[in-house]
Each structure stands twice: as C-alpha cells, then as structure tokens.
Design a protein around this ligand. Sequence first.
Ligand SMILES: C[S@@+](CC[C@H](N)C(=O)[O-])C[C@H]1O[C@@H](n2cnc3c(N)ncnc32)[C@H](O)[C@@H]1O
Length: 344
Amino acid sequence: MGSIASEYPTVDGIIDIRQSNGHHDMKSAILEGLAKNPRELPSVLIWDIKGLEIYDKLCQESAYYPRSCEIEILQRRCSDMAKTFPSSSILIELGCGNLQKTGAILGALQAQKKEVFYYALDISMESLRQGLRELSAGFSSSSAVHFAGLLGTYADCLRWVESIFDSVLTDNITFLWMGNSIANAEIEDARQMLKSFRQACRGRCSFIFGADACSDASRVLATYNDKPGNFRSLVENGMRGANLALGREVFSLEDWEIRVWFDQQSNMIRCSHISKRDLSLDIAGHPFFFSQGTEIKQLLSGKWSYDQILSMTQRAGFKVTDFWMSSESIYGFYRINSHNLRIM
Ligand SMILES: C[S@@+](CC[C@H](N)C(=O)[O-])C[C@H]1O[C@@H](n2cnc3c(N)ncnc32)[C@H](O)[C@@H]1O
C-alpha cells in the first residue's frame, strides 16, 4: 500500500478536498437553519481560527474534564489501542484540531512496528498546517508513519473517501474522532454520519472515538458554565461566524445572550442564542422576525451512556469491539468495527 494518488490540489502536504462553494453554500445553510422550528445556526460556524483558539483555552482549564480524561486514557491505554490495528492501515482523523493528542496513538503504532498512512482532516488550513508540522516533526526519522492533511468538512471527507476507495489497496481504514466531537450532534445524526462513512468504505471500516459519559449534571453544568466564560465565547463565535459568512454584521451580539442547559432526557448539553428583545432582521435579502426570547440552537455536546452508544453504533452497522474508560468512568474511547470487517 502506498499513499493515495489524488487529483485534488495539494499544498504543503495538505489535500484540498473542499467541494462546496464556501460563503454561498454557508449562506444557504444559515437560511435553511433559521427557517427550521426550532431555529438553528450550523455548528461548523464556530470553528474558525478564533473558535479553535477559544477551544484551546477551554481545554487548558483544569475543570474541563473531557480533555484530561482523554489524555489519561491515552497515557494508560494507547498501546492497547495500537494492538487493535493491523500491520498496515490508513488512519483518518476527523476534526483533528491542534493534533496535540494524536502523537500518543501514532507513537504506539510506531513502537509496534505498524505502518500507518495518517490523514488529518479539519476545516482550518492555518491550524492544519501548524498542527501537522509540529506532529510530523516528532516522527521525522520514522519510515512507518506517513503524514498528510485533508482540508474540508466531514461531508467533503465522505466524498473523498468514496472517490479514492477503489484505488486504495486495503480495506483497513480507521477513523479517529476525539474530543467528544461525535456527540456534537443529535444521537440520530451521529448514527447517520457513522453509517455514511461505513457506506463510503463499501461497508468495511472502523472508528476509534472519544465520548463523554458523565451523568453528574452538576459537574457537567459547572464545566460548561466555566468561570472564565470560554465555553460561552465558543458558542458566541457561531454568531460571529454567521456574520462573517453573511458578509456584514447581521446579528449584533449585544442583542443576544447564551443559554446552556443539560437535557437529562437525552443526556445532552444544549447551547443556544436567545434574543434579548424583539428583532426584525434582513438576512441575505430575507426578512426574519425574532420576538424577545426566541431561541437559535448553536451547539450540542452529548454525554451518552455506554448503552446509548452501543445501540446507536449497532444501528449504524457497527459492533463495539473494545472500549477504554477513564479511571473515574466518566469518559471512554470506543473502537467499533463494521460487521463484515475482518482484521488480520
Ligand atoms: C471539539 S473540537 C475537537 C478537536 C480535536 N479533535 C480534539 O480532540 O482536541 C472539534 C474539531 O472539529 C472540527 N470540525 C467541526 N465541525 C467540522 C466539520 N463539519 N468538518 C470538519 N471538521 C469539523 C473543528 O474545526 C475542531 O477542530
């Protein structure tokens, strides 16, 4: 198996797999979301370079347990995780962020002399370039670990995987998804996403993902209502991102407040913008009225139990084959394989 030949433009080892027409498509997605009931803004608007900076600050807070739990599990169990990989494979990291945790897994694969063609996917070119430069520097003398970046969204990645699949001489593809990102969606949408990746890989792939399972409402709420206010700033960045995509300041941030609440029926943190007064806004040529107290959904963060994950992944066509929990059992890494995958 070699690295994947591709007709996509490549700069500095980063393959541009974007299909969408940037701002135009985002405007349509914003209008579509605001026409829904309840209204919503696409969560992807949060994740520009400013959003990533705020997220990094949040991760540095000691109370932000998802980060410390993931690091703890990786430190204790990355060698066990690496044992579940075949001798040669493709590893695609979805929404890789600053790539600071990835080295642990790649290092464990290298120590076990397993060859890996690693692809880091994210939507920020700047952050991908910097993260990949720093990560690959630690493997400069390795002949087993090969690096590339993928610039695009999850949807772009699906299309890319579909397009390259027949030229890849392996069906050993694992998707790595950390930071509880799998749960930044309703559980049904996460199921659909897993199923779409399975289908793009002709039914044969695996995932390793990190997922938050904390059921202690007061701890969860304290974490997301952090004192420095980084989480609220992150949510607010979604509205700022909408203004950038719309090309002008349509939403005045002082007209909106952030609401964060824990929905214990679905085990989800739900974050919305709430209008402080009646507002009539022209959004890309369309009139919108938001009465005082109107909610616009922006971000979700699931705190899914093992049973919820088991059922959701099963319905997506996967089997949980391994899981590694944090010492407090509030966070886990799961390995799931699609049913007809055989690891040799
Ligand atoms: C919660 S952060 C997690 C970052 C990293 N995986 C970690 O564990 O630290 C979510 C990451 O997913 C990326 N992301 C969000 N939505 C995305 C999408 N639709 N397509 C690709 N990447 C996305 C963001 O840019 C961000 O880097």
